[in-house]
Design a protein around this ligand. Sequence first.
Ligand code: HEM
Length: 267
Amino acid sequence: MNDSTPNAAVTYGHYLALDELLSLQHPRSAGPEHDEMLFIVIHQVYELWFKELLHEFDRVVALLTDDQSHRAQHTLKRMLTILKVLVAQLDILETMTPLEFLSFRSRLEAASGFQSDQFRQIEFLLGVKSRHAVNRFPADSRARRALEQRWEQPTIWDAFLHYLAREGYAVPGAELARDVAAPIESNGAVREVLAAVYRGDAKNAELCERLVDLDEGFQEWRYRHLKMVERTIGMKPGTGGSSGAAYLRTTLGRNLFPDLWEIRGTL
Ligand code: HEM
């Protein structure tokens, strides 16, 4: 009986493709250096969580589009819990000293998390889209196709604005028809809508709060990654070709959904 036979017993190993999964860690250093295994495993685990997050993003956008706000909130809660795990995982990498990292760093050559297309896909869904991030990948690669597709897709913010309009709020038509690849800008009329939601609509105010959690959680990851980078390589340039920590600092402090933050001062 082989695996495709309908009555073949499902085993843990087969279901999870464990033989394949456990053979995917290939240290490049001579020895190999002890800490390179941690470095590979943690990046692979991140990529798996990114995959799961993208799966949940697609669901939350579909649920909002279908006006199922309660279930959308439930999904957002799961995503936020994953995001907390992603931030917490950086603690493990911080047990690696600068010298332990240096023992194999040169073997990474130009490889860097900078080239994670799934991270860019998440950014795209959050409204941070860049042609440069798309063009970095060869035409016809899995990464390029995925990013091209995400480029065209509405962001979670767009799905949310359309949902609010269907809930009866006066979201400006120009915002509903905006180019979904453009950056999310603050907008006075949207702020008025959001203020009205917070003042008189507990259900949708909760949804807004989950989006703020998502925004803050993503920024938290950026900050913790930067500090981890600073304590591991200081101000050295990155393997991905950027200035390193100096570049990463430029990505901090930008709110994804600016109107949700701006209204707080006026409520
Ligand atoms: C010792 C561990 C790490 C070091 C020293 C490090 C260093 C860096 C540096 C210097 C950059 C800037 C780009 C460049 O390479 O020039 C960067 C970007 C990035 N890294 Fe790491 N990193 C580490 C671990 C991780 C892990 C575990 C992840 C998880 C996937 C990750 C994900 C990313 C991402 C997504 C970016 C792009 C950020 C952006 O462009 O906003 N890094 N990293």
